[in-house]
Design a protein around this ligand. Structure first.
Ligand code: PSU
Ligand code: MN
Length: 302
């Protein structure tokens, strides 16, 4: 029945059948998170890094209403170039499919699809979360509910401080989602290694991480995990510079009355503008680092 909706490419199918490690990758980061052509170059390099570290990459997207797990080079290029790809979170998924549209999958939707395909590890840049002023706007990313319910481990560099990081962590605690620091005691804030917030648990290796993840799922504790892998020191941004850029972007979003699903892409592109591309460089490097850890983790979980 699922074959009607999902097409898993040969390489990924073979890996899953033969118990080889696979890493899921999202596509909103490609279509709405970075400009062309850096988005496509980054997506390709991420796949290369996953391979180099021993796993098979499975980039997820919806093309012409069909869910694709594993994209060809041409499909990646198309996704990065096209202006009509729709940001697809959980509530959008049935409509993007039934209307036969092109959709880029968010963290939430990539988790749903990874789970359907039996892929347990997923690498991305940053997760969505509780937005600042959520007490007025109710803007809380569907990523958080997905983490509560869907059995996929998400390797990321924490959350950007466009979000309220403290409230995001509180929400994850309520939902029983473990937040783990990879080689750090502190939850990373995407562009910077530090956020001022501690993680629940810290691990030093992929092996140690895999042991905890296996334990969680063996005990039937459903849901995902957030693995905060800090950006490498040499690519970290200056705290004050990025803080200024984020505040600037938040003010502009408010002035332009940006709401709902437009908020995150709007803020990301403003930050890029204000930092004159510096933030993009950091963004790319942290994704590479997450692809590496995710690939090694997937091997340990086999
Ligand atoms: N945060 C980032 N970069 C991103 C996103 C979030 O630093 O590209 C994307 C991810 O796909 C994430 C989505 O799942 O935005 C969250 O959107 P929303 O806040 O509308 O749920
Ligand atoms: Mn939102």
């Amino acid at each position: 029945m699922l074959e009607k909706y999902i097409e898993i490419n040969e390489e990924v199918k073979d890996a899953l059948e033969n118990k080889k490690p696979v890493v899921a990758l999202e596509s909103t980061i490609i279509s709405h998170g970075m400009p062309y052509p850096q988005n496509v170059e980054t997506a390709r390099e991420v796949e290369r890094i996953v391979r180099e570290n021993g796993s098979i990459p499975a980039t997820v997207a919806i093309l012409g209403g069909k869910i694709k797990v594993g994209l060809t080079d041409e499909e990646l290029e198309y996704l990065g170039r096209s202006e009509s790809v729709v940001k697809t979170s959980r509530r959008d998924l049935p409509f993007i499919i039934s209307k036969e549209l092109d959709g880029a999958t968010t963290v939430a939707t990539t988790m749903i699809i990874a789970d359907l395909a039996n892929i347990r590890v997923f690498a991305t840049g940053g997760i969505g979360g509780v937005h600042r002023n959520a007490q007025d706007t109710f803007d809380i990313s569907a990523d958080l509910m997905e983490l509560a319910n869907t059995d996929v481990a998400v390797v990321c560099s924490g959350a950007k401080s466009i979000l309220d990081i403290g409230l995001t962590l509180e929400y994850l605690e309520t939902q029983g989602v473990p937040v783990i620091g990879f080689g750090t005691e502190e939850f990373p804030a995407f562009y910077t290694r530090k956020s001022g917030f501690k993680v629940d648990y810290s691990v030093k290796s992929e092996k140690e991480l895999a042991k905890a993840i296996k334990t969680k799922w063996d005990l039937n504790l459903k849901g995902g995990l957030v693995i905060g892998n800090p950006i490498p020191k040499e690519y970290e941004m200056d705290y004050n510079e990025i803080d200024k850029a984020i505040n600037n972007a938040l003010e502009e979003a408010d002035d332009n009355n940006i709401k709902g699903k437009e908020t995150t892409p709007f803020l990301l592109s403003k930050i890029k503008e204000v930092t004159k591309g510096e933030s993009l460089k950091s963004n790319i490097q942290l994704v590479y680092n997450n692809a590496k850890v995710a690939s090694r983790l997937a091997k340990e979980l086999i």
